[in-house]
Design a binder for this molecule. Sequence first.
Ligand code: LRH
Ligand code: MN
Length: 427
Amino acid sequence: MLDPGLIAAENQPHYAEHRRDYEHLGHQLQRCEIDIEGVVAQVMAFEVAVPSWALGTGGTRFGRFAGPGEPRDVFEKMEDIALVHQLTGATPRVSLHIPWDEPDDPAELRQHADALHLGFDAVNSNTFQDQPGQGHSYKFGSLCHTDAAVRAQAVEHHLHVVEVGKALGSEAITVWLADGSNYPGQMHLRKSFERVLDGLRQVYAALPPAWRLFTEHKPYEPAFYATVVQDWGSSLLLAQHLGPQAACLVDLGHHLPKTNIELVVARLIGAGKLGGFHFNDSKYGDDDLTAGSIDPYQLFLVFNELVDAAVEGVEGFDPAYMIDQSHNLKDPIEALLQTVEALQRAYAQALVVDRAALSDYQDQNDVLMAEGALTQAYQTDVAPLVAEARQRQGGALDPVAIFRASGYRAAKADDRAAAAYVPPSSL
Ligand code: LRH
Ligand code: MN
């Protein structure tokens, strides 16, 4: 953690400018009868979970370029996440991947988390890799496998992940299955889905009453012909068959180019099955780039659907917000700070949409004015109110600037020099 004095707004070089910018934005929004204080309060309440697998440098099959001072284990990852939370006030929970970041002693990790004022969001299963000593291979799938012994092993893994989650105080499991095929004819397209549903039913039956199970769809990779849970429709079918504790998780990178993702979100909200998000951005495939870095308007349009549902009071609307990124070139902490900023901005922009006017223009089919109601909000520079929201929670006006000024990474490079970070086998 950093010395609070380093973060305190009044010690920031640009504090006076910030105050002026904030007052000015307040007047701007007042002209649209929007109370800036109300928006700040909502942005202060915005929280997003950080994935344990995003604190070390990510890589691709072509290589990984490790950075200095990377966390060497899940305990050090928690320390880095606690720093992101200190600087943003918006990341109080961690989403663990099992077994990548499975603690030997969950109680010990939970104690460490408590000391860092962190909690645990959804835990993630992993049947897309074979672990040392594993009885059966997942080469041809896990819950979809034609061999009942492989399916039983995969169900067992999910039950184990739920147990680890319970010990950590998590209340959800995210199931992303790599299950699929590379060639036409390789896999029965209906029976493979039925087998996955059957396996998830066994996992669902073991969920504690307060838990949720998130099904995560993905069009391809590592399967390059058919993925069993390929799209939102397949994910929705699973969640509907499983029951009320099951819902769909939308990873923004899991859509074919030009997919209208905000429409997918609206459909899942309408079906009462929007479970949550893996926020990131992409130009081509599942690139896991920093959220808002490639298509910030799309991110705004997704948040516009979320705010619209919240304002309307859609029943059961309670999506879990999580980040899922791979930081191959940026410092992982800086990338996460930038991501939280992008999410807070998209949310704040969606909060300043004049929804009454938008609804009237839609009813009157006034295309240009309806579009304008969104673009005006999107083009509003909400940076001062987002910074204000962070500052009021003890966070930084400019998190990346404070992080760089703190010398945290260099200090960790010294501390963590011994025994470098060993990334999970696939990353
Ligand atoms: C699959 C995925 C899934 C995680 C993995 C790290 O591409 O998005 O959510 O298990 O990335
Ligand atoms: Mn994901």
